[in-house]
Ligand binder design. Structure first.
Ligand code: SF4
Ligand code: SF4
Length: 358
């Protein structure tokens, strides 16, 4: 009798992507001659051996129900040889070996509600964080704000009429896992946390919470005879870092949790060095379900940049050329001393403690 085989451990980590590649991409891996874009939303790659691949890019809502995923898979099976991939901004891409299939695929995607675009100098899909659906600490719904904004920017997604590509991101807490972007929308808490002292001793590891605070504003305290914590509100910078390890330190507030807009971040080192974004507007109401005040500020910055930047200037290059005073003049945003901190003075206003944090 055959011996039962031991089940081998499944290593965690990123699987080898070769097994999922479209056959033509696998065959010509690292051997491409050139690529171009026949129209917005379509990439065309030509290999040294003569093989050609057309890639059609469409926007998705990122957080998808199973019916939407099945619909996309059906489209891939019917029109696109059964292969798809996702970009870092949650666009879906279908790879085709024949140009004749491109137009029917585009028609099917548009008919099914997936706009085709997001390539070249367009406003690509907004990279957004989890929001209320998955994460345990959001102060707003990132995906909802994205939906409201992209409804208004869909034409800029479909066309390639910006000076350079525009990356937007939305983050639903100040941890900002949405990352750097040309324009970023980030939640901003404006009041210190409110502590539910009855729950702290049961739920929170107090030393861990004390160590979390970047400005050493949290101290252990005895409240009503129970071990708890207290916050020195003069020191607190309302960062929200104590809320994840200690939910009884509630910082979300329908009125005092606001939105801030940051601009000029970029990860790439094409043309100029990568840059950190800087805050240019604050105190914008967190106003679901359409966040109209956020859309108004983002569109104002976007369209001034579109009109004023030179060809191929990223938003950070444009601001660098015209200077911050003219940025605020042109966008007609109010300037305060709290905006565009360039970090040179950060020793005074950030991390002034010697705590070790994890
Ligand atoms: S931005 Fe903050 S709240 Fe939103 S998903 Fe990331 S860590 Fe969670
Ligand atoms: S971690 Fe942040 S929000 Fe919490 S007390 Fe410290 S500064 Fe205030």
């Amino acid at each position: 009798m055959a011996q039962p085989q031991m089940r081998r451990a499944i290593e965690s980590g990123v699987p080898d992507n070769q097994q999922y590649l479209h056959p033509l991409l696998k065959k010509n891996y690292g051997n491409w001659k050139y690529h171009d874009r026949p129209r917005p939303g379509v990439l065309h790659h030509v290999a040294h051996g003569g093989d050609q691949v057309w890639t059609v890019r469409a926007g998705t809502q990122r957080q998808m129900d199973v019916f939407t995923i099945r619909r996309l898979c059906d489209i891939a099976d019917q029109y696109a040889e059964g292969h798809v991939r996702f970009t870092i901004r949650s666009n879906i891409e279908f790879m085709l070996s024949s140009e004749a299939k491109v137009a029917p695929l585009i028609a099917e995607l548009e008919k099914s509600g997936f706009p085709v675009g997001g390539t070249g100098n367009s406003v690509s899909m907004i990279a957004h964080t989890q929001g209320w659906l998955h994460c345990d600490i959001p102060g707003t719904d990132a995906s909802g704000a994205v939906k409201a904004l992209m409804d208004e920017l869909i034409d800029e997604f479909r066309k390639e009429e910006m000076p350079n590509r525009v990356h937007l991101s939305t983050s639903c807490c100040e941890i900002n896992c949405g990352g750097q972007a040309d324009i970023a929308i980030i939640i901003q808490h404006t009041k210190p946390p409110k502590i539910n002292h009855d729950l702290v001793a049961n739920v929170c590891e107090r030393p861990a919470v004390v160590a979390r605070c970047p400005v050493a504003a949290i101290r252990p305290a005895l409240v009503n005879g129970k071990p708890s914590l207290e916050v020195d509100e003069k020191k607190c910078i309302c960062c929200g870092a104590c809320y994840p390890p200690c939910p009884p330190m509630q910082i979300n507030d329908p009125e005092h949790s606001k939105f801030a807009i940051w601009v000029g971040g970029k990860n790439s080192n094409a043309r100029a060095k990568p840059t950190f974004m800087k805050m240019v507007a604050a105190g914008i109401p967190n106003n679901p379900p359409r966040w109209p005040e956020v859309s108004e500020v983002v569109k104002r910055i976007l369209y001034v940049y579109k009109d004023d930047a030179r060809p191929w200037e990223r938003l950070s290059d444009w601001v660098e050329r015209i200077g911050w005073p003219r940025f605020f003049e042109k966008t007609d945003l109010p300037f305060t001393k709290y905006l565009i901190d360039d970090w040179r003075g950060a020793r005074a206003n950030l991390n002034a403690s010697t705590h070790i944090r994890f």
